[in-house]
Design a protein. Structure first.
Length: 427
C-alpha cells in the first residue's frame, strides 16, 4: 500500500487505500465505501473496475503488450507450444523438460470422453451450432466425473482442470463430426495435443490421417494466442459462476456460453462473414463509411477492443501465420487481400485513428482457420478449446484466494418505488 485516495461525498470525506500491483495501474480499494457512505460505485461494463487480484496475465492496452506470467505473447507464440503455455498458466512457471513431458502425458491420459457421452451428442439436431453442443456437453461433464467436483480439494481441482484441457479437443471435434454426419474418431495419444485435434476433426476411420506440421504449428499458435486474456467477459463469467462454489464443468460451460457472443468470441466468425460480404477491395470504402455512420449499427468486425487502444499484439502474429499457412497449402484466398486493404484503409482513416480502433486477434484468425478447412461455425468452438486453460487457471486462482467471496454486484435502481398491489378486476 503506498498512498490513499480521498473522496468527498455530501457531508463527509472518506479515505481509501491505493493498492499497487507489480505493474499496471494502481487501484483504489473501495471495499468499505458502502459501509462508510451508504453509496455504491456505478461502472456498467466494468470499464474502471478491477474485480480481483490476479498473477496470470497482464495487458497494457495502450502499448499493445500482453504477458502471461511475465512472458510476452509474441515470444510464447513464436518459440513455445500450447502444452508449455498451458503448464505456465496453470502452474506459474515454465516447465523443465521432465515437467513438460509429465504434463503432456497427463493431459494425453484424459483425452477420451465417457462412452455414454456419444449418445448425448445424438440428442442434438445435426444443424446445431457447435457452441450450443459445447455448452451442453461441457456442462454435462459434471454428471460423468463426480470424483473431480469437490472444489475445496486442490487435487480434485487439478484433475478437473486437466480433464477439461484434455477433453475439449475431443468435444469440439465430435461436435464437428456430428454436424457433418461422419463417425466420431477416438483420440490418438501418439500425436501432439494439436495434431490429435486435427486428426479427430479431419480424419476418417477409412484412411490414415497425416498431420501437416505447418498446419499443426499454425493451429498450436492460434491456441497459444487465445489461451488467456485477463478478466475478459467469459473469464469473468467463469469466475462469477465459480464464486458461488459451482463445480468446474458448470463454470466452464458458463464461460463457453458467454464467449459465444459476437462482441467476444463470436467475432472471428463475424469478421470472416463480413470480409466475404465485402468480397472485393473496391467495396471497402462503402463498408468503412457504414462503420462510421452513427445511424448505421454496422461495425467493422475484428476491429476495436475494450482494452487495446493500440495494435493487438496477437493480430501481428496472426497476420504472419496467414502467410505461412497460405504458402504451405497453396491457397490464394481473395478475402486475405480484402482484409489487408481494409486494415490499411481503416488505419489511415481519421475516425479509426481518433477512436484508436485497430485490428484485434479475430481479424485474421478466421482467414487461417478457413484455409485449414474449418467451417465458420467452428471458429468460436476453437476459441473455447484454447481459452479453457485460461478459464481453469483463473478459476483455480480464485478458489485459492483467501479474499474470495461470492460475486454480487449492486445496482442503481431506477424502477418504480414501493406501491400497493391492485387486484386485477380493479386495474
Ligand atoms: N467499428 C466501428 N466503430 C467502432 C468499432 C468498430 N469495430 N468498435 C468501436 N467503435 C466505435 C463505437 O461506435 C464508439 O463510438 P462513439 O464513441 O462515437 O460512440 C467507440 O468506437 C467506442 O466503442 P465502444 O463500443 O464504446 O467500445 P467498447 O470498448 O465497449 O467495445 C468492442 C469494444 C466490443 C470490441 C468493439 O470495439 C466492437 O464491437 N468491435 C467489433 C467486434 C469485435 O471485433 N470483437 C472482438 C473483441 S476481441 C475478443 O473478444 C477476442
Amino acid at each position: 500500500m503506498s498512498d490513499t485516495a480521498k473522496l468527498q461525498v455530501p457531508g463527509k470525506e472518506v479515505e481509501y487505500p491505493i493498492l499497487t500491483g507489480s505493474t499496471g495501474p494502481d487501484v483504489v480499494d473501495i471495499r468499505k465505501l458502502y459501509a462508510n457512505t451508504g453509496m455504491f460505485t456505478y461502472d456498467p461494463g466494468f470499464t474502471s473496475t478491477a474485480s480481483c487480484e490476479s498473477g496470470l496475465t497482464y495487458i497494457d492496452g495502450d502499448e499493445g503488450i500482453l504477458l502471461h506470467r511475465g512472458y510476452p505473447i509474441g515470444q510464447l507464440a513464436e518459440e513455445s507450444s500450447f502444452m508449455e503455455v498451458s503448464y505456465l498458466l496453470l502452474n506459474g512457471e515454465l516447465p523443465n523438460k521432465e515437467e513438460l513431458d509429465k504434463f503432456t502425458y497427463t493431459i494425453s491420459r484424459h483425452t477420451m470422453l465417457h462412452e455414454q457421452l456419444a449418445t448425448f451428442y445424438r440428442g442434438f439436431r445435426r444443424d446445431a451450432h457447435p457452441m450450443a453442443v459445447m455448452c451442453g456437453v461441457v456442462g454435462a461433464l459434471s454428471a460423468f466425473y463426480h470424483d473431480s467436483t469437490d472444489i475445496t480439494d486442490p487435487k480434485q481441482r487439478m484433475i478437473a482442470s486437466h480433464r477439461l484441457i484434455a477433453k475439449m479437443p475431443t468435444i469440439a471435434a465430435m461436435a464437428y463430426k456430428y454436424s457433418v454426419g461422419q463417425p466420431f474418431l477416438y483420440p490418438d495419444n501418439s500425436l501432439s495435443y494439436t495434431g490429435n485435434f486435427l486428426r479427430m476433426t479431419f480424419g476418417v476411420p477409412a484412411e490414415e490421417y497425416v498431420v501437416n506440421p505447418v498446419v499443426e504449428k499454425a493451429l498450436d499458435r492460434i491456441f497459444i494466442l487465445h489461451a488467456d486474456h485477463e478478466q475478459n467477459a467469459s473469464t469473468s463469467t467463469v469466475r462469477l459462476a465459480g464464486s458461488s462454489g459451482a463445480n468446474p464443468f458448470a463454470c466452464i460451460a458458463a464461460g463457453i456460453a458467454c464467449l459465444w457472443g459476437p462482441a467476444h468470441g463470436g467475432a472471428n466468425e463475424a469478421a470472416l462473414n463480413m470480409l466475404h460480404e465485402i468480397g472485393t477491395p473496391d467495396r471497402i470504402p462503402e463498408f468503412i463509411a457504414r462503420a462510421k455512420d452513427k445511424n448505421d449499427p454496422f461495425r467493422l468486425m475484428g476491429f476495436g477492443h475494450r482494452v487495446y487502444k493500440n495494435y493487438d499484439p496477437r493480430a501481428t502474429v496472426m497476420q504472419k501465420t496467414v502467410r505461412e499457412v497460405f504458402k504451405e497449402l497453396n491457397v490464394t484466398d481473395p478475402v486475405f487481400e480484402v482484409a489487408l486493404q481494409l486494415e490499411e484503409m481503416a488505419l489511415n482513416d481519421p475516425y479509426f485513428v481518433e477512436k484508436k480502433l485497430f485490428p484485434n486477434v479475430d481479424f485474421y484468425s478466421g482467414i487461417i482457420l478457413s484455409a485449414i478447412g474449418f467451417p465458420t461455425t467452428m471458429f468460436t468452438a476453437l476459441f473455447a478449446l484454447a481459452r479453457t486453460v485460461g478459464w481453469v487457471a483463473q478459476w483455480n486462482e480464485m478458489i485459492s484466494d483467501p479474499d474470495q467471496k461470492i460475486g454480487r454486484p449492486r445496482q442503481l435502481y431506477t424502477g418504480p418505488v414501493q406501491r400497493d398491489y391492485i387486484p386485477v378486476d380493479k386495474r
